[in-house]
Ligand binder design. Structure first.
Ligand SMILES: C[S@@+](CC[C@H](N)C(=O)[O-])C[C@H]1O[C@@H](n2cnc3c(N)ncnc32)[C@H](O)[C@@H]1O
Length: 262
């Protein structure tokens, strides 16, 4: 596993918080018997199992650009189909009734191009179901971006915002109505309960902090960066009476469908 690859065990430590959006997205999909489904950015196969539970007879494939994630998925679910594929760059082979992707597209540049590509692998009445975090709309994301902007780091991490792509809902609406026949969108705030602010940092190490930490050159600067973010989020999210910390986490969902004629 290389240094910038994903760490499946660290990622799964917060699976309870990460899996609910897949459950909610799957439950909103109106498709009785899809023949083939693809889970783009399947990670360790956690989102794929939610799909599998609903459609037990469908052929399902999970793809991910991380060899470590695919290795974990293959070892935990050896009877299922997994493949290392970079959805932004590589060709995705096959045609699918459902193209599903939970918490992934923010890692892939040029979302209009990506949505066009995902449409091209759908069957004539297939549908696209996507969830992504509205990370920079939350105090947590704003605080991380604010710390990153300090001149202390600018030479090392000034390109990170280009790596972490999140548009607003109006961009997705405009793109989707151009490409699809029907579009449904919604936003959900999940209120996660944490034991401490440090646990929020721990959860973010494998996602929201990941691109920044990877760019920083030394252990010392990574520690300093995390400490500054910690200081910010202590202000952003006050302790509750029972000593817990509540983190409202905003996520955007959309389901876009093709009609048979297009
Ligand atoms: C936050 S995890 C989501 C995992 C899983 N879908 C879930 O719901 O928990 C993001 C995943 O996207 C994958 N990913 C990032 N860029 C990708 C790309 N260009 N193509 C395919 N997968 C990608 C990462 O390797 C990682 O496993």
């Amino acid at each position: 596993m290389n240094e910038t690859d994903w760490k499946p065990d660290l990622y799964l430590k917060f699976n309870k918080e990460r899996i609910q959006p897949s459950i909610d997205l799957v439950s909103r999909i109106d498709f009785e018997n899809p023949l083939k489904i693809i889970d783009i950015g399947c990670g360790p196969g956690n989102s794929t199992q939610i799909i599998r539970k609903r459609w037990v007879n469908s052929k399902i494939i999970g793809i991910d650009s991380s060899p470590a994630m695919i290795e974990k998925a293959s070892s935990d679910f050896p009877d299922q189909e997994w493949k290392v594929v970079d959805a932004g760059v590589d060709e995705i082979n096959g045609e699918f009734d459902i193209v599903f992707s939970n918490a992934v597209i923010q890692w892939i540049p040029d979302h209009y191009k990506l949505l066009t590509k995902l449409k091209s692998i759908l069957t004539s009445d297939g549908l696209l179901a996507i969830q992504l975090p509205l990370f920079f709309e939350m105090p947590l994301g704003k605080s991380i971006a604010k710390v990153a902007k300090r001149c202390l780091w600018s030479s090392e991490i000034d390109k990170v915002t280009e790596l972490f792509i999140i548009n607003d809902y109006s961009f997705y609406y405009d793109s989707l109505v151009e490409l699809f026949d029907t579009v449904e969108m919604w936003v959900t705030d999940y209120i996660h309960v944490f034991d401490s602010h440090l646990s929020i940092i721990e959860m973010m190490r494998s996602t929201g902090l990941k691109p920044y930490l990877e760019k920083l050159q030394s252990e010392g600067s990574r520690k300093q960066f995390e400490d500054l973010v910690l200081k910010e989020i202590v202000n952003d999210y006050p302790l509750q009476r029972d000593g817990k910390v509540l983190l409202p986490f905003k996520r955007l969902f959309f389901i876009a469908k093709r009609d048979k004629h297009t």
